[in-house]
Ligand binder design. Structure first.
Ligand code: PRX
Length: 657
C-alpha cells in the first residue's frame, strides 16, 4: 500500500496517562508480564480471583477438539450468584446495583439486596412455568430493570436466554424463537422511545400467530406492564409479570452448573444468510466479562458510577450492562430512552444527575453530538467523569479528540475497545493507567489475548503494514459455536486460516510503527480501486476531519475503468457549511480527501445527504448506499432504524468529478 494513503497513521497526537490516574489505576503493566509468562496460568488466576466457584476447576483449557474450546471444564458455578448473592454475602447488599432512568423521567434504584430478591422471585416464576436447565427463553423488552432481572433469572436456573432487540420486527422474533426453540417469551406491553410509547406485545403476538407461521415451541408469554397500554390477550398463553411475581416464592438457592453450561444465544448478522445464533457459555464468558470490565474501565466498585448506553439487545448490553458490571459489584446507570429525548442534552443530564464517572458509548452517537454542537454538553456539569469508552466501529481521531475535550473536560482517558458478539468481551484496548493513547487506534491486545495482523497466507505483517485481524490462541469468553450449526461455525471463523488454527475476525487492521493496531472496518468494506486497496474507514476519517463534515459513509461502487470507485455520502455541519454552495462543498471535500490520502482515494461522487441509513444498533448499512451509488433499486430496508431514510437520500444533492 503506498504511503500516501496512510491518513489514519499520520495521526500524531499522544495522550499518556496522568500521574494521578496511573498511580491509582486498577490495572498495572504487570498484567502483561504475568500473562506473557504463563498465559493459561494467568487466566486461571483471573477465573479464581474474580469469580466464586461452587466447585473449583482443576483444568484450564481443553483444546483437544478445535475449534470447540472448553474452559475451566470441571468447575461448577452459578452465574447469577456471582452477579448478586455473593455481593450481599460480602456485606455490600446496600450498594446500589442499578440506577434506572426511564425516558419519561420516572426512575428506580435497586440495591444488590433488592436486585437479588427480584431475581430469586423471577427464577421461581420461570420454574413455575416449567422452564428447566437448558431450555431457551426469548427476552424482548425495553431497557427496564425487568430486562436485567429476566436475564439473571434465566441464568440462575441454568436456562439459556436469547435477547431480541426491542426494535426488531415480528419476522425477526419468529426466526429467533424458531431457531432457538424457545419455551417462554418475556416481553412488555411497550417501552418509551422519543417521547412516545413504542409497542412490543403486538410484534410478539404477530410472531407467534399460528395462522401465519404455524405452531410454535412457545408455551407462555410473560408480559411486563411498562406503559399501561391495552394489549391483546391469548388466554392460557399470556401471563402478567406482576401477577406471577406476586405469587412467586422468595427463596431460591442458586445451584452450580458446569462451566461450559450454555448461558445465552445472541443472534447477529453474517455477511449472507440467516442470522447466526452466537452461543456463549458460563465460566469462561464471565471470566472475560469481569476481567475486561474491571481493568479496561478502571472500575473501583466502592466509588464509581458506571454507565454503558448500550441496549441489552446487543452484546455490549450483555457483557457491559449485565454480566461484567454486576459480577464486579459495580453501581451502574441504565437508561431506557433515546439520547435526545425529550431534548438534545438528555444523556448529559443523566450523567449530571447520577454523577457518572465511567461512560461507555458508540462513535456514531459521539459524532451525532458533535453535529448538534458543544454548547449542549457545555451547559451541564460533567466533571464527575473520569474515563470514557468507545465501541462498535473505528472512532475517527477528530471525534476522539472532541469526545475527550468536550465530554471528558480535556482530561479523561478514552479506551477504544475492539471486540465482537463472537469474542464475548473486549480483546483489544488500551489499559487506561498504562497505555499512552493514540486517537483512532484501539492499540493493544488485552493481557492474555493473542492477536495478530496477517496477510492472506496467515503470515504476520510487518509494522506499518495492513492485513487481516486474527486471534491466534483461544480465549475464555470466545463463542462456543453457532447454535445448531457447527459447520457454519467452522466455515465462518476457522476455515480461512485452518492450517494455522487462527480465528478470523473479518476485520481489516494495520499495525503502525510501534506495533499498535488500527482497525480499518470489515474486510467486506475494503475497496479495490485501480488495484489499490482502500479502506472505507480511512476515507471516512479523512472526510470527517474536514470542518464542514459531521458524518460520512464511504462505499466502493463498481466501475468499468477502475474496478471500484469511491462514493461518499456526507452530512454537513450546517453552521460550518452555510457560506458554500453544494457544488463548492463537494469540490472542497474531493480535494480534501486527495490532499489527506492521495488522488487514488478521491471520491468519484459525493452525495450530500441529511441522514445516513443505519441499523437500529447504529451501524451504517453500506449495502443500501452501494445500491444508490450503483444506480440500482434499493434492496431490503427492513432492518433500518428509520425506513424512510432511503427515499430521502436518493433525492439528495449529488456532485461528481
Ligand atoms: O468491525 C468490528 C466492529 O464491530 C464488529 C463487531 O460487531 P458486533 O458483533 O455487532 O459487536 C459490536 C460491539 C462489540 C467488529 O468486527 N468494531 C467493534 N468495536 C470496534 C470495531 N471496529 C473498530 N473499532 C472498535 N473499537
Amino acid at each position: 500500500m503506498p504511503d500516501n494513503i496512510d491518513n489514519l497513521l499520520t495521526e500524531t497526537r499522544r495522550f499518556p496517562p496522568s500521574t494521578e490516574f496511573a498511580a491509582s489505576a486498577v490495572a498495572t503493566g504487570d498484567l502483561y508480564d504475568q500473562a506473557r509468562a504463563d498465559r493459561l496460568g494467568f487466566w486461571a488466576a483471573q477465573a479464581e480471583g474474580l469469580l466464586s466457584w461452587q466447585k473449583p476447576f482443576t483444568e484450564v483449557l481443553d483444546w483437544s477438539d478445535p475449534p470447540f474450546a472448553k474452559w475451566f471444564a470441571d468447575g461448577r458455578l452459578n452465574v447469577a450468584y456471582n452477579c448478586l448473592d455473593r455481593h450481599v454475602d460480602a456485606g455490600n447488599g446496600d450498594r446500589v446495583a442499578i440506577h434506572w432512568e426511564g425516558e419519561p423521567g420516572d426512575s428506580r434504584t435497586l440495591t444488590y439486596t433488592e436486585l437479588t430478591a427480584e431475581v430469586k422471585k423471577a427464577a421461581n416464576m420461570l420454574l413455575g412455568l416449567g422452564v428447566r436447565p437448558g431450555d431457551r427463553v426469548v427476552i424482548y423488552l425495553p431497557l427496564i430493570p425487568e430486562a436485567v432481572v429476566s436475564m439473571l433469572a434465566v441464568a440462575r436456573i441454568g436456562a439459556v436466554h436469547s435477547v431480541v432487540f426491542g426494535g426488531f420486527s415480528a419476522e425477526s422474533i419468529r426466526a429467533r424463537v424458531d431457531d432457538a426453540g424457545a419455551k417462554v417469551v418475556i416481553t412488555a406491553d411497550g417501552g418509551w422511545r422519543k417521547g412516545a410509547i413504542s409497542p412490543l406485545k403486538p410484534a410478539v403476538d404477530e410472531a407467534l400467530a399460528v395462522g401465519t407461521h404455524g405452531e410454535t415451541t412457545v408455551e407462555h408469554v410473560v408480559v411486563v406492564d411498562r406503559t399501561h397500554s391495552d394489549v391483546e390477550w391469548t388466554e392460557g398463553r399470556d401471563l402478567w409479570w406482576h401477577d406471577l411475581m406476586a405469587e412467586a416464592a422468595q427463596d431460591h438457592e442458586a445451584e452450580g452448573f458446569e462451566s461450559e453450561h450454555p448461558l445465552f444465544i445472541l443472534y447477529t448478522s453474517g455477511t449472507t444468510g440467516k442470522p447466526k445464533g452466537i452461543l456463549h457459555t458460563s465460566g469462561g464468558y464471565l471470566t472475560g466479562a469481569a476481567f475486561s470490565h474491571r481493568n479496561v474501565f478502571d472500575l473501583k466498585p466502592e466509588t464509581d458510577v458506571y454507565w454503558s448506553t448500550a441496549d441489552i439487545g446487543w452484546i455490549t448490553g450483555h457483557t457491559y450492562v449485565v454480566y461484567g458490571p454486576l459480577a464486579n459489584g459495580a453501581t451502574q446507570v441504565i437508561y431506557e430512552g433515546t439520547p435526545d429525548s425529550p431534548e438534545p442534552g438528555r444523556w448529559w443530564d443523566v450523567i449530571e444527575k447520577y454523577g457518572v464517572t465511567l461512560f461507555y458509548a458508540a462513535p456514531t452517537a459521539i459524532r451525532g453530538f458533535m453535529k448538534a454542537g458543544r454548547q449542549i454538553p457545555a451547559a451541564r456539569d460533567l466533571s464527575s467523569l473520569r474515563l470514557l469508552g468507545s465501541v462498535g466501529e473505528p472512532i475517527n481521531p477528530e471525534a476522539w479528540v472532541w469526545y475527550r475535550d468536550v465530554i471528558g473536560g480535556g482530561t479523561t482517558p478514552i479506551v477504544d475497545t475492539w471486540w465482537q458478539t463472537e469474542t464475548g468481551s473486549i480483546l483489544i484496548s488500551a489499559l487506561p493507567g498504562v497505555t499512552t493513547l493514540k486517537p483512532g487506534s484501539a492499540q493493544v491486545p488485552l493481557p492474555g489475548i493473542s492477536i495478530d495482523v496477517v496477510d492472506e497466507s496467515g503470515t504476520p505483517v510487518e509494522n506499518g503494514q495492513g492485513g487481516l485481524l486474527v486471534v491466534t490462541e483461544p480465549w475464555p469468553s470466545m463463542l462456543r459455536g453457532i447454535w445448531g450449526d457447527p459447520d457454519r461455525y467452522r466455515e465462518t471463523y476457522w476455515e480461512k486460516f485452518a492450517s494455522k488454527g487462527f480465528y478470523f475476525a473479518g476485520d481489516g487492521a494495520r499495525r503502525d510503527e510501534d506495533g499498535d493496531i488500527w482497525l480499518l472496518g470489515r474486510v467486506d468494506d475494503v475497496m479495490n480501486v485501480s488495484g489499490h486497496r482502500l479502506s472505507t474507514a480511512e476515507i471516512e476519517s479523512a472526510l470527517v476531519s474536514h470542518p464542514i463534515v459531521a458524518e460520512s459513509a464511504v462505499v466502493g461502487a463498481s466501475d468499468e475503468t477502475t474496478g471500484q470507485a469511491v462514493v461518499a455520502f456526507v452530512i454537513l455541519r450546517a453552521s460550518q457549511a452555510e457560506s458554500m454552495t453544494p457544488d463548492e462543498a463537494v469540490k472542497a471535500l474531493r480535494d480534501h480527501v486527495a490532499h489527506e490520502i492521495g488522488a487514488i482515494a478521491k471520491p468519484k461522487t459525493v452525495f450530500i445527504v441529511a441522514e445516513l441509513p443505519k441499523t437500529r444498533s447504529g451501524k451504517i448499512m453500506r449495502r443500501l448506499l452501494r445500491d444508490v451509488a450503483e444506480g440500482r433499486e434499493i434492496g431490503d430496508t427492513t432492518t433500518l432504524a428509520d425506513t424512510q431514510v432511503m427515499s430521502v437520500i436518493t433525492d439528495q444533492h449529488r456532485g461528481s468529478q
